[in-house]
Design a binder for this molecule. Structure first.
Ligand code: GDP
Ligand code: GDP
Length: 440
């Protein structure tokens, strides 16, 4: 499980700037799920081997009314869901009553909190920070987000002081991990049939669910075997546990969905066929796409739909899901079990593709053939040269292409390369990442 870091503070203290530094995402995943969120951004980041999730909670001024009050409430919810809170204050503006109001809430939650004094550039740190001790939240960290100053030190603190459950076990037995097989997350918006599907997947005849200590049915990870092959289901939002009404009413959590995606090798995104594709389905798909994990799409509730409805949905899929046309799509009924077994064929295929071993000679040969068939364009009268390629990672497969002036390579040519590699290597069910390096 990866830690969730919430950025909290009143408007204009620099949360978005820090968010971008921590996630290095060009386009933050702005989630708009179930109208729950406005102005909340979610992103993934990584320092060394440590993955984490960052939530920008939007601003809280302490004087909200109406819609603003609703948003402030959501900010507090995001805070409550986080493992770590970075509470930003503005060194230039000094201590404000809104800061004090937020601090009061944070002291009450007893969350691990860091007070981060931003915009320290050009100021005397001792003078600029002294008044913030009054917040009563301990030691202060100073940064200048726009200047990228102090952020590494801050993250060293945060990640080194993580609670034990987040420590990466460096001696973790790799064999032990692979024994648990493909890690699968079932994700999707509320009510599409995730828990019905999870129960169906675990309830199949030939499934052996392990129930030894530490892996009870109630735990987050459920290891099992199907046709003598190991799998682990990552239970999002306690779908298996949802036995009583209180938990059924539990709010849908984007943070938990993101965590489950990050923890998986392959994600099954469930869509309610009866409702057609809605914006939230696309958001969920883009989360998976951004994570680089394997993807299988399940169109659920296919039972009892008439031919016309089915045709309509299929056309809609073709039109709106072309950006993930490399992912297998299944029409299933979790309720009746129809098509559920076939999901595994795609899960296995996606996993195999995600962990494919690609040799430099093989990749270079494909690159050379692609260039021969279709030359890269001229830039300033000189041709972009692509020389060789090697594998830079797995899950997702990363292909590193070396050459000259690769920064000028147009997107259309990159797409051509991606399609060519995908076709020749027969990769399906996983995105492929490309990195271009230039010798000049
Ligand atoms: P948010 O509303 O909390 O998300 O704040 P933003 O990240 O949008 O930043 C608000 C303003 O403060 C912008 O004009 C930023 O350029 C500026 N700002 C952010 N970080 C720094 C910093 O480290 N130093 C200075 N001088 N300005 C900053
Ligand atoms: P979740 O919120 O995504 O976990 O969704 P649930 O598994 O709780 O299902 C939501 C509702 O859809 C429940 O009433 C299920 O009985 C129903 N449902 C789930 N799968 C199917 C299906 O394949 N066909 C039909 N007709 N209903 C389904």
């Amino acid at each position: 499980m990866n830690p969730v870091i919430a950025l909290v503070g009143r408007p204009n203290v620099g949360k978005s700037t820090l968010f971008n530094r921590l996630t290095r995402t060009r386009d933050a995943l702005v989630a708009d799920l179930a109208g729950l969120t406005r102005d909340r951004k979610f992103g993934a980041g990584k320092v060394g081997e440590r993955d984490y999730i960052v939530v920008d909670t939007g601003g809280i001024s302490g004087m909200e009314q109406g819609l603003d009050a609703k948003m402030a409430e959501q900010s507090f919810q995001a805070m409550d869901e986080a493992d770590i809170v970075l509470f930003l204050v503005d060194a230039r503006a000094g201590l404000t009553s809104a800061d004090k109001m937020i601090a009061q809430h944070l002291r009450a939650t007893e969350k691990k909190t860091y007070v981060v004094v931003n915009k320290i550039d050009g100021l005397n740190p001792d003078v600029a920070t002294s008044e913030f001790y009054e917040l009563g939240l301990g030691e202060l960290q100073t940064i200048a987000a726009t200047h990228n100053r102090g952020i590494n030190v801050l993250m060293d603190h945060v990640l080194n002081e993580l609670p034990p459950e987040f420590q990466i076990d460096e001696d973790a037995d790799e064999e032990d991990e692979s024994e648990k097989g493909v890690r699968i997350s079932v994700v999707g918006r509320p009510n599409v049939g995730k828990s019905t599907l999870v129960n169906r997947m675990l309830g199949e005849d030939r499934v052996v669910v392990y129930d030894h200590p530490g892996t009870t049915m109630d735990s987050i990870e459920i290891p099992y075997e199907r046709n003598e092959k190991p799998y682990t289901l990552i239970d999002t939002a306690g779908v298996r546990r949802r036995k009583n009404i209180k938990e059924a009413a539990e709010k849908f959590s984007i943070v938990k969905a993101l965590q489950a995606i990050q923890d998986a090798n392959v994600c099954i995104v469930v869509i309610d066929a009866r409702e057609g594709i809605v914006e939230q389905d696309l958001t969920m798909l883009s989360f998976v796409l951004n994570s680089g994990k394997g993807l299988v799409i399940a169109l659920n509730k296919w039972d009892g739909m008439d031919i016309e409805q089915k045709d309509f949905v299929k056309k809609e899929l073709e039109r709106r899901l072309s950006f993930v046309d490399w992912a297998d799509m299944h029409f299933i009924s979790a309720k009746h079990g129809t098509g559920v077994g076939h999901l595994y064929e795609s899960v296995d295929e996606a996993y195999k593709s995600a962990y494919m071993n690609l040799s430099t000679s093989q990749l270079t040969r494909i690159l050379e053939d692609a260039v021969m068939d279709h030359q890269p364009p001229l830039v300033g009268g000189r041709r972009i040269k692509l020389r060789y390629a090697h594998q830079g990672g797995m899950n997702p497969p990363v292909i590193v292409v070396h050459g000259n002036k690769t920064a000028s390579l147009p997107d259309s040519y990159k797409r051509y390369l991606a399609n060519t590699f995908r076709k020749v290597l027969n990769i399906s069910g996983t995105p492929i990442r490309f990195e271009f390096r230039s010798g000049e």
